[in-house]
Write a protein that binds this ligand. Structure first.
Ligand SMILES: C[S@@+](CC[C@H](N)C(=O)[O-])C[C@H]1O[C@@H](n2cnc3c(N)ncnc32)[C@H](O)[C@@H]1O
Length: 252
């Protein structure tokens, strides 16, 4: 494993202890209130109608896996290099009786069979941890069956530029849209290195791996807001904060 990726993994293992500490709350959320975003549900509805076998790259707390199963997925394999995250997600799935299985492994290099997934689902703070976006896209293409789909719902690559000032949006003087990486200074995994794949990098990697882009939408609303009530002006509707991407591995 790359030295920087290994250091990030240590940070994530530490950050992911909250999945264990908050087991009861997360279990209750998974059982009763957790949902995919409305636009995610709309974009995924035609795929979930066919009861796909899902592989979730960087599955984290796994609440989205329970939501995917409730929405129609036949099964989910979650892959995450944090044993704390994968273990806690597995315990929740077992307690809820949902067909989700978790594997502790690095992405890319996902230990599932070639062409075994109908849908690769990922995002919500995932792609920034990829050291090599082309290797990631090739791994997606490898695990998808012909005709299978990749779905990403992710922070917009411009997000690292925005300050959290509440009076008006500002651009951080220490950040560049075109930087290779920066150090995370918020939550979680504070101190870890994030790689800045912009939309050009991501779309080029996906199409170079053989997938066909079907949908790319940018949104003003961030996929995540801090729980302390911070309401940055950069999140008020004028700037991009998240995006969704759907791509298909052609069957011909
Ligand atoms: C911000 S969380 C988001 C995950 C998930 N989408 C969610 O909403 O919970 C990022 C996750 O990626 C995992 N991760 C980061 N880099 C990884 C890598 N190279 N291989 C596998 N897992 C990774 C971390 O352990 C963490 O659980």
């Amino acid at each position: 494993m790359d030295k920087l990726v290994r250091a990030n993994r240590v940070a994530w293992e530490q950050a992911s202890t909250f999945h264990i500490e908050q087991h009861d709350e997360l279990l209750e959320e998974a059982r009763s209130s957790w949902q995919l975003f409305p636009r995610e549900e709309e974009l995924l509805a035609p795929l979930l109608a066919n009861q796909p076998r899902v592989v979730h790259f960087q599955s984290g707390h796994g609440l989205d896996d329970i939501a995917l199963v409730k929405a129609g997925a036949q099964s989910v394999v979650g892959v995450d290099y944090s044993a704390n995250a994968a273990g806690a997600a597995q315990r929740r799935a077992v307690e809820l009786g949902k067909p989700c299985r978790y594997v502790v492994a690095e992405v890319p290099g996902v230990p599932v069979k070639d062409a075994s997934a109908d849908l690769v689902y990922t995002g919500k703070g995932a792609l920034i941890w990829m050291r090599d976006i082309n290797a990631w896209a090739q791994d997606v293409a490898r695990v998808l069956r012909p005709g299978g789909h990749l779905f990403v719902y992710e922070a917009h690559p411009a997000v690292p530029l925005w300050t959290w000032d509440e009076d008006e949006p500002r651009i951080r003087p220490d950040r560049s849209y075109f930087a290779e990486s920066h150090i995370n200074d918020t939550f979680p995994a504070n101190g870890a290195r994030e790689w800045q794949w912009n939309l050009g990098h991501i779309v080029t990697a996906i199409t170079a791996a053989g997938l066909r882009l079907k949908t790319l939408e940018e949104y003003a609303e961030p996929f995540w807001r801090p729980g302390d009530g911070t309401n940055a002006a950069a999140w008020s509707g004028r700037l991009p904060n998240s995006y969704a991407l759907l791509a298909e591995l052609p069957s011909d």
